[in-house]
Write a protein that binds this ligand. Structure first.
Ligand SMILES: Nc1ncnc2c1ncn2[C@@H]1O[C@H](COP(=O)(O)OP(=O)(O)O)[C@@H](O)[C@H]1O
Ligand SMILES: [Mg+2]
Length: 499
């Protein structure tokens, strides 16, 4: 007989680690660094703090093999993790019980935890973490994850007073391969720095090389606000959990209190469509009734679109600043589109173009302010640039030294996999992305036209500068007069500036 056993989320990811980007030692090192850095940045700019993040990767045991044990140490100046929450936040996959939404780099409480889990299964060493929420007390923990039960095991906990630091520092040991991941990791930091111009980041690699990215602006984009879910973005499981935890006395008040864009009138209309008594106690709702409520919410047409205050786009000014700081281009143009939505989730698309110093079209993709490096060909941006948009119309051929940047921010980026590497071609997203790309490409083609015009003018001026004095000299010789001045004539050939 086959026996079925429930498996914990940790167990599930232990068995399917490739899903989260931990398929081999090279990819795992990249993913682990990335998840820890992204948690640090979330803990800073998500709360209006200018980030200072240190990332140090060291080889712990010299070994002739490329695959070896590394220690990753990441320290930030973010809000810290309250000590009572810390073990669960880092030692339990999918920790979280809130139903509110707000944009962050993390997805749903697993990225950093997955790194910790991977570290544990490859080296059997505990996670070491120091955290201080700014109350003068640093808590130090040594933790492991009980994989079968998806629970943290606290091996050590002590606290000591420390006044001059608020933030979190994490140390993990894992099996990795820096030889095969160094290029990707360095590229990741360069791209991350470009899109986080307000952060100080220092990456010390295992070979002792230091990559320092200094902030060039002291301005963090306005942090996102927490919002309740929009009724269109709710599924049966979420509704079931909301019902379970709610203290509302009636289904009517549950709908009004738990969702955005639902007032009394709307709630009554929904419950009428669903044929559910508004005065029923939420705890008495049957599964079929919940299903009918979900269906009613999905078909109801009159909701206002989802509240975009939970989003935090980077904005035109900071995108242009980041590109200037990292690439110093002759031309840059960025834009931020108005909020849009899909399936009850708001999103904003941003795009930019810049001239580059090396020939070829370079595409930089970002989602919720993190660079996406893998699987470029599966991404909606690749599809648009290769199938939908005719680059020749913008006078761009394949050697054009151009950088095209895209960013989508949302409370639910439509990633195609858990690995957070490429964005699906959802029609609403595709449409916004296309409009954004078309506008920035138009600006770029205007820049090229101007550049061509300037070059022609410069050439013309050079010709005049060369021949006019000679002609003047010959004419003077012929006419036996004084050589006339030609500088006025030369100056009359104007060269407009690209700016
Ligand atoms: N450096 C950090 N500073 C503050 N909080 C952190 C930090 N790293 C992790 N956390 C907390 O731990 C939680 C779990 O992290 P993680 O497993 O990466 O999930 P996610 O980032 O998807 O929420 C985060 O949601 C956050 O609350
Ligand atoms: Mg995370």
């Amino acid at each position: 007989m086959i026996s079925f056993k429930e498996i914990s989320p940790s167990e599930f990811f232990y068995q399917h680690r490739e899903l989260a980007g931990f398929s081999n030692p090279a990819r795992a090192l990249y993913s682990a660094i990335r998840e820890l850095v992204e948690n640090s940045l979330d803990a800073c700019d998500g709360y209006g703090i200018l980030p200072d993040v240190l990332i140090r990767v060291t080889e712990t045991k010299p070994s002739p093999s490329d695959v070896k044990e590394f220690e990753i140490y990441v320290k930030d100046n973010g809000i810290g993790i309250p000590s009572e929450k810390l073990p669960k936040a880092l030692g339990k996959v999918f920790y979280g019980s809130k139903f509110t939404l707000k944009q962050s780099r993390g997805t749903f409480g697993m990225g950093g935890t997955m790194s910790i889990l991977y570290a544990q299964i490859t080296t059997n060493k505990p996670l070491r973490v120091w955290s201080n929420t700014g109350n003068g007390e640093t808590h130090y923990f040594e933790l492991m994850i009980d994989i079968e039960n998806n629970k943290p095991i606290v091996l050590k906990h002590k606290k000591f007073s420390q006044q001059n630091w608020r933030g979190t520092a994490i140390k993990i040991n894992l099996l990795g391969d820096y030889v095969r991941s160094s290029q990707k990791i360095q590229e990741y930091f360069r791209r991350l720095a470009l899109f986080t111009p307000y952060a100080n980041m220092v990456f010390e690699d295992p070979n002792g090389e230091v990559f320092a990215f200094k902030r060039s602006v002291d301005k963090v984009p306005p942090p996102p606000h927490e919002v309740q879910p929009h009724p269109k973005g709710v599924d049966l499981e979420l509704l079931r959990r909301i019902v379970q935890r709610s203290s509302s006395k009636t289904v009517l008040s549950l709908l009004i209190n738990s969702f955005q864009r639902v007032g009394r009138k709307t709630a009554l209309e929904i419950l009428k469509i669903a044929n559910v008594d508004p005065n029923k106690r939420p705890s008495e709702l049957k599964m079929e009734e919940m299903m009918r409520i979900i269906n009613a919410m999905k078909t109801y047409e009159k909701f206002l679109p989802p509240d975009p205050s939970c989003l935090s786009p980077l904005g035109k000014e900071l995108i242009e600043e980041g590109i200037k700081k990292e690439l110093n281009p002759q031309f840059v143009y960025a834009l931020s589109r108005k909020p849009s939505s899909y399936e009850g989730y708001p999103f904003i698309v941003e795009a930019a173009v810049a001239s580059n110093k090396t020939p070829g079209i370079k595409v930089l993709r970002y989602a919720n302010r993190i660079p996406l490096l893998y699987d470029e060909k599966s991404d909606v941006v690749f599809k648009l640039l290769n199938e939908e948009i005719d680059l020749k119309r913008y006078k761009i051929n394949e050697d054009e030294p151009i950088i095209i940047l895209t960013h989508i921010c949302s409370t639910k980026v439509p990633y195609k996999t858990v690995g957070k590497e490429f964005v699906a071609d959802i029609p609403e997203v595709e449409k916004e992305m296309k409009l954004a790309l078309q506008k920035v490409l138009r600006e770029y083609s205007l820049f090229i036209s101007k550049k061509v015009k300037i070059e022609t003018q410069k050439k013309k001026k050079n010709v005049y500068e060369f021949y006019l004095p000679m002609i003047a000299k010959f004419a003077a010789l012929l006419g036996e007069t004084k050589i006339p001045s030609v500088s006025g004539l030369i100056d009359s050939v104007k060269v407009v500036d690209i700016e």
